[in-house]
Design a binder for this molecule. Structure first.
Ligand SMILES: Cc1cc2nc3c(=O)[nH]c(=O)nc-3n(C[C@H](O)[C@H](O)[C@H](O)COP(=O)(O)OP(=O)(O)OC[C@H]3O[C@@H](n4cnc5c(N)ncnc54)[C@H](O)[C@@H]3O)c2cc1C
Length: 512
C-alpha cells in the first residue's frame, strides 16, 4: 500500500513538496490549509478586480532548479516594442510570465534616490554638497578607524558604509522592518543578510549598468540579489502560479483540505503520525507516514504531544514580525515620472519605493501597475500597496481597520505622494508570521531543531516552518530537498538546513 504524507500549509513550500511527491514518488500528499486561500504569504488578493501581492514577489533565483521549475510551469510572454511599463498588451492564454525591469528607489527628504544609492548628479543635487562631503568623510573615517569589535547591526553598517550614509539611507527603513534600534540588532544578522553588499559593489554595479545591454540573461548569476535588474512575474501576481500548482496537485491525485487548521500531532511508536485539524469547528483526524510542516515552529511544537518543557519554552520565544498592506486605488499620484522610463499617464516607474522618511510609520510603497499592468482593472488608475511592519502585540496590529486605512492615507499625503481628493477606494490586508526574527529565543533555536529533527519522518520546511528568512525559492528548495531525501533514503536532514546558508543561495541583500 502506498504511503501518505500530511503537509501542513498550502504556501510555496507545502505545495512544492506535494507536487514533487506526485512527480517522483507514489506517496499521496494531503495538504492542510487553515485559510481559504492558496499561496500563503505568496498569495495574491483580488480586491474588486485589482490585485494585491503581499510584499511584491520577484520571481528570481540563483538556483537553476528553481528558475527551470517556474519556467516549466508558465510560458514567458514577450512584450511588444515600445509598450510602456504600466501598459497592458494582448497576451496568449498560455503566456503567464512577464519579464520585469526592476526599479526601486528610496524616498527621503521628499525626494527620490536611486537604490542602490549611486553617486550621480541626482544624488548630489538632492543631498547637497555639504551632506555629500560629510558622507565621503565619514566613509573614509570608517575605513581608517573601523569599529574593532562589531557587536550591533549599527556597527556593521558603519564599518561598511560610514556613519552618515548609514543614517541617511539604512537606519530608518531597517528599524521600521524589525521594530528595534539597529544598536539592538546583532552584527551577525548583517553578516548573514547583507554580506555581499558593499560600497565597492554598488559602484561597480552602477558603472556596469551604464554599459549594460538589454539582452542579458535573466539568471544574472554574477549579481547580488538586491542588485538584479530583471525578474519574472506572473501577470496576475504570485498567487496565480501557486493556484496553478494547487490545480496540478488535485489533478494528479493529491488532496488539499481548505479551512483545515492543523491542531495536533502525535507520533506513534511505529513512526507514523496521527494529525488533528479543525474544520468548521470540528476536530478531525488523519493519519500519515510522513509529515511536512510549514506552520511556525512555535505552532508545531505547541500542537505536538509530549514535547519537553525546555523545547516548548524556546519555541514559544521564537518571534515573528507581522505585515499590514493598505491597498489604495487612486486617480493619480501627486509626483511625476521624471525618469527616461516610458509610462502611461506619467506614472513613476518604480516597482516599489523604500520610505526612509522618519515622520511616517510606512515602510514601503508597492506600485502594482508596474509589477504587472494586468493586476489593475483599469490601467488609467494607480493601484498602490502601503506596507507596515509590526509586532503582534503592537498598537498598530490592534488598530481597527478603518482607522488604520485613514492613518495610511494621511501619511501618504503628508509625504507629498498623493492628494486625498484622488483616492477612489481602499482596503487592508493583515498577515501574521511574515518575518521570522533572529533575536530573543532564536539564539537557542538549535535545541528545538535537534529535538524535532529526531523524528525520522517529520520534515520542517519553508520560511516560518524553519524559522528562517527564506525567500520563495529557498522555501521551495527546502521542500524539494526533503522529498529527495525520502527518495534517496537519506535520514540526515542537514542538507535541508543548508539551503540559504550556502554562498550561492545567500540572499546577500539589505532590503526585501
Ligand atoms: C514582504 C515580503 C516580501 C517578499 N518578497 C519576496 C520576493 O520578492 N521573492 C521571493 O521569492 N520571496 C519573497 N518573500 C518570501 C516568500 O513570501 C516566502 O518565502 C514564502 O511564501 C514562504 O513559503 P512557505 O510555504 O514556507 O510559507 P507561507 O507562505 O507562510 O505559507 C504557509 C501556509 O501555511 C498555512 N498555515 C500556517 N499554520 C497553519 C496551520 N496550523 N494549519 C494549516 N495551515 C497553516 C498558512 O495559512 C499558509 O498558507 C517575501 C515575503 C514577504 C513577507
Amino acid at each position: 500500500m502506498s504511503k501518505t504524507a500530511i503537509i501542513i500549509g498550502a504556501g510555496p513550500a507545502g505545495l512544492t513538496a506535494a507536487l514533487e511527491l506526485l512527480r517522483h514518488t507514489d506517496i499521496k500528499p494531503i495538504v492542510l490549509e487553515k485559510t481559504s486561500d492558496i499561496g500563503g504569504i505568496s498569495k495574491t488578493v483580488n480586491y474588486k478586480g485589482n490585485r494585491i501581492d503581499i510584499g511584491g514577489h520577484r520571481f528570481f533565483s540563483k538556483s537553476d532548479v528553481i528558475m527551470n521549475y517556474w519556467q516549466d510551469l508558465f510560458e514567458l510572454a514577450k512584450a511588444p516594442e515600445n509598450v510602456a511599463k504600466n501598459e497592458k498588451w494582448d497576451l496568449d492564454e498560455d503566456e503567464v510570465f512577464i519579464e520585469r525591469d526592476r526599479l526601486s528607489r528610496i524616498y527621503y527628504l521628499r525626494k527620490f534616490f536611486d537604490y542602490p544609492v549611486s553617486l550621480n548628479s541626482n544624488t548630489i543635487k538632492n543631498l547637497g554638497l555639504i551632506r555629500i562631503a560629510k558622507i565621503g568623510f565619514s566613509y573614509m573615517w570608517s575605513k581608517v578607524f573601523p569599529i574593532r569589535n562589531e557587536k550591533s547591526l549599527e556597527d556593521f553598517f558603519i564599518n561598511r558604509f560610514g556613519k552618515v550614509l548609514y543614517r541617511t539611507f539604512f537606519k530608518d527603513y531597517t528599524e521600521k522592518v524589525w521594530g528595534k534600534s539597529c544598536t539592538e540588532l546583532s552584527a551577525e544578522w548583517g553578516a548573514q543578510r547583507i554580506k555581499g553588499l558593499s560600497v565597492t559593489k554598488v559602484i561597480l554595479h552602477y558603472i556596469k549598468s551604464l554599459f549594460k545591454s538589454k539582452n542579458v540573461d535573466i539568471k544574472q548569476k554574477d549579481k547580488e540579489t538586491s542588485l538584479i535588474d530583471r525578474f519574472l512575474y506572473p501577470k496576475l501576481g504570485p498567487g496565480q502560479l501557486w493556484e496553478f500548482v494547487a490545480e496540478q496537485i488535485r489533478n494528479n491525485g493529491g488532496e488539499i483540505y481548505m479551512r483545515s487548521e492543523f491542531s495536533g500531532l502525535e507520533i506513534n511508536s511505529d513512526n507514523t503520525f496521527s494529525v488533528e485539524y479543525i474544520h468548521e469547528g470540528r476536530t478531525e483526524s488523519v493519519s500519515g507516514d510522513i509529515v511536512f510542516s510549514t506552520t511556525s515552529v512555535k505552532n508545531l511544537v505547541n500542537a505536538t504531544k509530549d514535547v519537553p518543557e525546555n523545547v516548548k519554552q524556546i519555541a514559544n520565544g521564537l518571534l515573528h514580525r507581522n505585515f499590514i498592506t493598505v491597498g489604495l486605488l487612486l486617480k493619480k499620484l501627486s509626483i511625476e515620472n521624471k525618469t527616461k522610463i516610458q509610462t502611461i499617464n506619467n506614472l513613476v516607474p518604480d516597482n516599489w519605493i523604500y520610505m526612509q522618511e522618519s515622520d511616517v510609520k510606512m515602510g514601503r510603497i508597492q506600485i502594482f501597475n508596474n509589477w504587472s499592468p494586468f493586476m489593475v482593472k483599469d490601467e488609467s488608475n494607480v493601484w498602490v500597496g502601503l506596507e507596515y511592519f509590526c509586532d503582534p502585540d503592537d498598537e498598530m496590529w490592534r488598530t481597527p481597520d478603518e482607522e488604520f486605512i485613514e492613518m495610511a492615507k494621511v501619511e501618504l499625503e503628508k509625504v507629498g505622494i498623493i492628494s486625498q481628493n484622488d483616492i477612489l477606494d481602499a482596503t487592508i490586508i493583515k498577515m501574521e508570521d511574515t518575518y521570522p526574527v533572529y533575536f530573543g529565543a532564536y539564539e537557542q533555536f538549535d535545541i528545538v531543531r535537534e529535538y524535532l529533527d529526531k523524528f525520522e519522518n517529520l520534515y520542517l520546511i519553508g520560511r516560518s516552518g524553519m524559522h528562517r528568512y527564506n525567500n520563495s525559492d529557498h522555501s521551495m528548495l527546502t521542500a524539494i530537498t526533503a522529498v529527495h531525501n525520502i527518495i534517496d533514503g537519506r535520514k540526515d536532514k542537514s542538507n535541508i538546513w543548508e539551503v540559504n546558508t550556502e554562498k550561492d543561495y545567500h540572499e546577500e541583500k539589505s532590503k526585501d
